[in-house]
Design a protein around this ligand. Structure first.
Ligand SMILES: *Cc1c(COP(=O)(O)O)cnc(C)c1O
Length: 230
């Protein structure tokens, strides 16, 4: 096997071990395999992804609709059990295309998008799950519903338009202690009767797992650093 392939598998297994160990701290509430790893393959070629698919990994994340369609339409043919999460901002005019390739939309954050998703999910009868993105750091440049508006937005999505909401997702500010944001996300979820949290990236996925994340989204710790600007 070539070095790149060996390294990808080694990195994936190391991240999975770290998640298991970190999640053990949370074991009183959840089984040790509660936290699932989303391998974030954005910017990396289909061949890298296929190495991990061949190795048995099934859950991946991408942040752009067009890139996901190009890489994943062939991959999904070959590996129909694979699951793809949309983790980037989603424009309403891309919803229809997004539903052709993504199984989970993690970035629902406004009514216009929620309505469009609900409409197309109903029309196509597509099995898809959603997370609501919360802008826990209240950063103006970042997507996500504000914490103060989260309760009403969750209620709207669940009760008024029957969007299949699984849980909440956040991306903490780069320069702040992530545990505060993970705790806030967990708190908002609990008071709204939601269980599943998507939180934690390469720099803080162990902490997120220890704090009860259902999904951690890990890119560079598996695939290496992304050279291009995003
Ligand atoms: C890119 C990205 C990740 C993965 O980031 P790494 O630091 O490379 O692990 C996770 N979540 C979101 C929303 C992303 O855009």
């Amino acid at each position: 096997m070539v070095l790149r392939e060996e390294n990808l598998i080694k990195n994936l297994e190391a991240v999975k071990d770290n998640i298991k160990n970190a999640a053990a701290e949370y074991n009183i509430f959840h089984p040790s395999n509660f936290t699932e790893l989303i391998a974030v393959s954005k910017t990396f070629p289909a061949r890298d992804i296929e190495v991990l698919l061949e190795h048995g990994h099934r859950v991946f994340g991408e942040n752009k609709v067009q890139e996901a369609l190009e890489k994943w339409l062939p991959l999904k043919q070959k590996y129909p059990q694979s699951t793809l999460h949309m983790i980037g901002p989603l424009q309403t005019n891309k919803v229809k295309d997004a539903l052709k390739i993504f199984d989970v939309i993690e970035t629902v954050d406004r009514k216009k998008l929620a309505n469009m998703l609900a409409k197309y999910i109903k029309e196509t009868d597509k099995k898809v799950e959603c997370f609501i993105q919360v802008n826990t750091g209240e950063e103006p440049q970042k997507a996500g519903i504000l914490p103060s508006e989260a309760d009403e937005f969750i209620r709207y999505c669940v009760a008024e338009i029957s969007l299949p909401i699984r849980g909440l997702m956040c991306i903490p500010p780069a320069d702040e202690e992530p545990s505060v944001h993970f705790a806030l996300l967990s708190h908002i979820a609990k008071r709204n009767g939601l269980v599943d949290l998507s939180m934690g990236m390469s720099r803080d996925y162990e902490l997120a797992a220890a704090m009860g994340a259902r999904y951690v989204r890990v890119g560079s710790a598996i695939f290496g650093s992304r050279s291009q600007a995003e």
